[in-house]
Design a protein around this ligand. Structure first.
Ligand code: TYD
Length: 209
């Protein structure tokens, strides 16, 4: 039996990494083989591309080159880590995936959704998650969490202006509304344990007992 692929999505400061860890721990406690990973990154090749993408050194990337780099990092990640794990029956829990490219390089930077999905077809043979947990937080709460986490040290993309992040947020909400079979939208303005409980009940139909 192949495993299940769960992704976490949302803007900066939504609590994705924390919730990915809590879900992975809950699955392990139920005896599952679990791989927890993140994007951009997750494999040595993709982590090297992450550094190119997020470093604040140098001139940075225009929108198209940036989209291609994210697709290249994802291609390596899918081919060498995610698909092999799913094929051996593991659950894969991933902090960000294709919907981040659709929201940031699409909604934020203005590339079309069709182009982003075409890059995903070429790079990753269109692999889609079984479920995508979209963590929705209010802008005030996201700002508060980011100030606690990052201080003034945002990366190249996290440091973009608030209009950019507002477009990203709107894009995530649109994708979640368009595809309710894949997306689970969770209000995430609460304490981590409370958000985790909401996620567990939203995924109940899929989870092993
Ligand atoms: P990261 O430190 O993982 O951000 P966060 O902790 O906020 O999730 O940095 C990832 C950054 O890269 C984040 O600003 C979102 C951006 N990103 C894209 O623009 N496109 C993508 O496809 C992915 C995976 C991430």
């Amino acid at each position: 039996m192949t495993g299940r692929f769960i992704t976490f999505e949302g803007g900066e400061g939504a609590g994705k990494s924390t919730q990915a860890r809590l879900l992975a721990a809950a699955l392990k406690a139920r005896g599952q083989d679990v791989v927890i990973t993140r994007e951009p990154g997750g494999t040595p090749g993709a982590e090297a591309i992450r550094e190119l993408l997020l470093s604040t050194e140098g001139p940075g990337w225009r929108a198209r080159a940036e989209a291609l780099l994210f697709a290249a990092a994802r291609s390596d990640h899918v081919e060498t880590l995610i698909r092999p794990a799913l094929q051996r029956g593991a659950w894969v829990v991933c902090d960000r995936f294709i919907d981040s490219s659709r929201a940031y390089q699409g909604g934020g930077s203005g590339l079309s959704d069709a182009d982003i999905l075409e890059l995903h077809r070429i790079g990753s043979e269109e692999l889609l998650p079984d479920r995508t947990v979209f963590l929705a937080v209010s802008p005030d709460e996201a700002d508060r969490r980011l100030a606690l986490r990052d201080g003034n040290s945002a990366d190249r993309i996290g440091g973009r202006e608030s209009d950019y992040h507002a477009r990203v947020d709107k894009a995530f909400r649109t994708f979640a509304a368009q595809d309710p079979a894949r997306f689970v939208e969770i209000e995430a303005d609460a304490e981590p344990e409370a958000v985790h409980a909401r996620i567990m009940s939203a995924l109940a139909g899929l989870l092993p007992s």
